[in-house]
Design a protein around this ligand. Structure first.
Ligand code: NAD
Length: 295
């Protein structure tokens, strides 16, 4: 069992750290939110007053932060963790951030002989709680092999996508596709209902037909069609519109840099941006259904 420091105990990081504690690791946690820290301490984790103190003596540091600027603030500069961590400490960042930001942190880590992995996740809050996340890792094969037994306590599928930044590239491709599928599914359901169809019956037909996809199978956006999904609790909890908008922005910026054409991704980004601008940023992303006025 390893001595692990976990920083960023939000919707995802909280249950991920909790699964590390349950697996028997010696876990020290840190977050700016005292309540988030207290919840983990009540489950058996230790804590400290600062991120540096929390990371002191750790064999592995894991971060799960909102965006690139938070990751840079925690790791880089004279006050950053990489300035003080000893060589050989395994560092894993599971936040979803731009590939070039991950590469920048990896470069600073490499100069100090600190193995670094970008390891963003897929599977949402449900997957984080159940310990069934998919980890998509970028970094050396050696760092990946070192991290795998630790990631196994939080996930079911652990992929090595390639070198530094590759985990983030694969993650933003996946989320761009997810946004396209969710908005397309919402549009198709709204059209059927406009024609008098029952959304549950239409969903079942499309699931068994060529339009079947993840949004229909496990995350139906129409309220009341599926139990236990955000659409059936006023789109509360889940994966926020603000975070999906951030990820679509990462995909867009990446496409511009690489002169790639993403017409569907750009449209999805505009739809989610419009939806966020109408005050829906803190709802689950399946609330994009409301843009088609089903209620
Ligand atoms: P969140 O906002 O719920 O949690 C982030 C946590 O980081 C908060 O508790 C915050 O207090 C803490 N934090 C911020 N700055 C900090 C600092 N300097 N030091 C210590 N703690 C700090 O976010 P989340 O939903 O847990 O998402 C985290 C990351 O995972 C994001 O990059 C997101 O895109 C990605 N992600 C989220 C989901 C999801 O379903 N929520 C799914 C996959 C990936």
């Amino acid at each position: 069992m390893a001595k692990i420091t976990f920083i960023g105990l939000g919707n995802m990081g909280g249950p991920m750290a909790s699964n590390l504690v349950k697996a028997g690791h010696e876990v020290t946690v840190f977050d700016l939110s005292k309540d988030a820290v207290a919840a983990l301490v009540s489950e058996g984790a230790k804590t400290a007053d600062t991120a540096h103190e929390a990371a002191s003596g750790a064999e592995c540091v894991i971060t799960m932060l909102p965006a690139g600027q938070h990751v840079e603030a925690v790791y880089l500069g004279d006050d950053g963790l990489l300035a003080k961590l000893p060589a050989g400490t395994l560092v894993i960042d599971s936040s979803t951030i731009a590939p070039e930001t991950a590469r920048g942190v990896a470069e600073v880590a490499r100069a100090k002989d600190i193995p670094f992995l970008d390891a963003p996740v897929s599977g949402g809050v449900g997957g984080a709680k159940a310990g069934t996340l998919t980890f998509i890792c970028g970094g050396s094969g050696e760092a990946f092999n070192q991290a795998k037994p630790i990631l196994d306590a939080m996930g079911k599928n652990i992929f090595h996508a390639g070198d530094h930044g590759s985990g983030q590239v694969a993650k933003i491709c996946n989320n761009m596709l997810l946004a396209i599928l969710m908005s397309g599914t919402s549009e198709a359901l709204a059209l059927g209902v406009k024609n008098g169809l029952d959304p549950a019956v239409l969903s079942e037909i499309m699931k068994q037909s060529s339009g079947g996809n993840w949004a229909l199978n496990v995350y139906n956006p129409w309220p009341g069609v599926m139990e236990g999904v955000p659409a059936s609790r006023n789109y509360e909890g889940g994966f926020l519109v603000n975070l999906m908008t951030k990820d679509l922005g990462l995909a867009f910026d990446n496409a511009v840099k690489n002169q790639a054409s993403i017409p569907m991704g750009s449209l999805a980004r505009n739809l989610f941006q419009l939806h966020a601008g109408q005050g829906n940023g803190n709802l689950d992303f399946s609330s994009i259904q409301r843009l088609y006025k089903p209620e």
